[in-house]
Design a protein around this ligand. Structure first.
Ligand code: ADE
Length: 227
């Protein structure tokens, strides 16, 4: 999978893809993340990429030209399945969207800043708008990192244990069951006996029961129940 991320602060996107699972995805040739500096596509003096909004009011807007130039440049190289704009106005991100995007081949992710991007870019180029939650960040970069991380770990071959992504919270509208590792007793608290029993079916049933219990207590909305 290939993902181009367009940003005015490309340095923000170095570390999130240089460690752990995202590094493994890259090293195994499964995910190529390319961060593009939007300023390189400005034709203005001092590499300007934003300007005052028509109609007045506080806040500046990201201009059409550098974004369009950048996207057109990228499109010469490959065909994209989606051009995604990270914005608090977008569709709220969930595991279903992560799953469906993980099946794509090439994506562009555009990170907004300031008051956002000129509406005409949304009309002309953007195929999907995504928000990572009902709050406003200073820019789309951290949101893009969240999106790419969530997609990247689903790519076949990235996780060492191929089955474990299937049991993540949200894959079946349930939160995860509690997990334990050594030691068996910590500060007087003991690992539940069933997990030490070696009885696979009992372990499976216990985990399911705990996942349902936890979901009911914390996120009844996932079970179609009132919050
Ligand atoms: N940019 C600023 N806030 C954002 C959010 N909540 N989701 C996606 N992009 C954003």
């Amino acid at each position: 999978m290939h993902i181009d991320i367009i940003s005015v602060v490309p340095d923000l996107l170095v570390s999130p893809f240089s460690h752990s699972m995202m590094k493994r995805a890259k090293d195994r040739g499964l995910l190529n993340v390319n961060v593009v500096n939007m300023r390189d596509f400005s034709t203005q003096k001092q590499k300007q990429v934003d300007d005052y909004q028509y109609g007045g009011g506080a806040g500046i807007v990201m201009m059409c030209e550098p974004i369009a130039n950048c996207i057109e440049h990228l499109k010469k190289e490959r065909t994209y399945d989606d051009i995604i704009y990270m914005t608090p106005d977008g569709e709220r991100l969930n595991q279903k969207t992560m799953n469906s995007l993980s099946l794509k081949k090439n994506l562009i992710i555009l990170c907004g800043h300031y008051k956002g991007i000129d509406e005409r870019i949304r009309e002309l180029y953007i195929t999907k708008e995504i928000s990572i939650g009902d709050y406003v960040l200073s820019g789309g970069e951290l949101a893009a990192a969240v999106l790419v991380d969530g997609i990247g770990r689903l790519l076949p071959g990235v996780l060492n244990d191929e089955t474990s992504a299937l049991f993540d919270s949200f894959q079946d509208n349930l939160l995860s069951h509690p997990v334990y590792t050594r030691p068996e007793v910590f500060m007087g608290l003991k690992v539940p006996d069933v997990l030490l029993s070696g009885h696979e079916k009992n372990v499976r049933d216990w985990r399911h029961e705990k996942a349902v219990e936890r979901t009911k207590a914390r996120r009844p909305d996932l079970l179609g129940e009132e919050e």
